[in-house]
Design a protein around this ligand. Structure first.
Ligand code: ZN
Length: 188
């Protein structure tokens, strides 16, 4: 998987992704498995359901995700844009808006109705955000022990304070080597 690739979003996620793929420079891509450079070829496309918020509007789209194959080691890699969380249908725009609502004391039932989702889903995002707390500490300068006392709402404010969310997602990825809010599957 090549995840967290910066994609500029316009009105449609599908168009944004297709435009990104069209301009992808294959010769610069490095295989995450064998580190060979410029040896990726198109393997297949597969449909991926994505739900996001664009300009406050709920968007529900199917995107054709490109899968590349490394000619050196034979592994295949999905090309995932940074608005997609691996293994998750819902994108950052919606999840962060929900978390913001929750920490701003908006009722769970109201959030469920507004975004057409279940309370269980919102609680799972809150839990996941809590699980990722320590990995977000890089947002704060100073002593690590002190920073671990930072409240979740303050972390959320920092994240929402980014003019371009992609900047935060890139920093998080570089720091932790996986995506923000990604569930890490334990091996085996
Ligand atoms: Zn390879």
């Amino acid at each position: 998987m090549l995840s967290n690739l910066r994609v500029k979003i316009n009105n449609s996620l599908k168009d944004s992704y297709n435009c990104f793929i069209k301009h992808l420079i294959f010769s610069l891509l490095v295989c995450p498995i064998c580190k060979a450079k410029g040896l990726m070829e198109i393997h297949a496309y597969y449909p991926r359901h994505v739900v996001a918020l664009i300009g406050g509007v709920l968007i529900d789209e199917i995107i054709d995700i490109l899968r590349l194959r490394c000619c050196s080691c034979g592994h295949t890699h999905a090309i995932l844009p940074d608005f997609i969380i691996p293994y998750c249908t819902y994108s950052y725009s919606l999840i962060l808006e929900c978390l913001n609502g929750y920490y701003s004391k908006v009722k769970i039932e109201e959030l469920c109705e507004r975004y057409n989702i279940s309370p269980q889903l919102i609680y799972s995002w809150i839990k996941r955000f809590q699980d990722h707390k320590a990995q977000c500490i890089f947002l704060f300068k100073g002593k690590k022990e002190e920073n671990l006392k930072v409240k979740l709402i303050d972390i959320l404010k920092r994240i929402l304070g980014y003019i371009d969310l992609s900047d935060f997602l890139t920093e998080y990825f570089n720091e932790n080597k996986y995506c923000f809010m990604q569930v890490i599957k334990s091996p085996g």
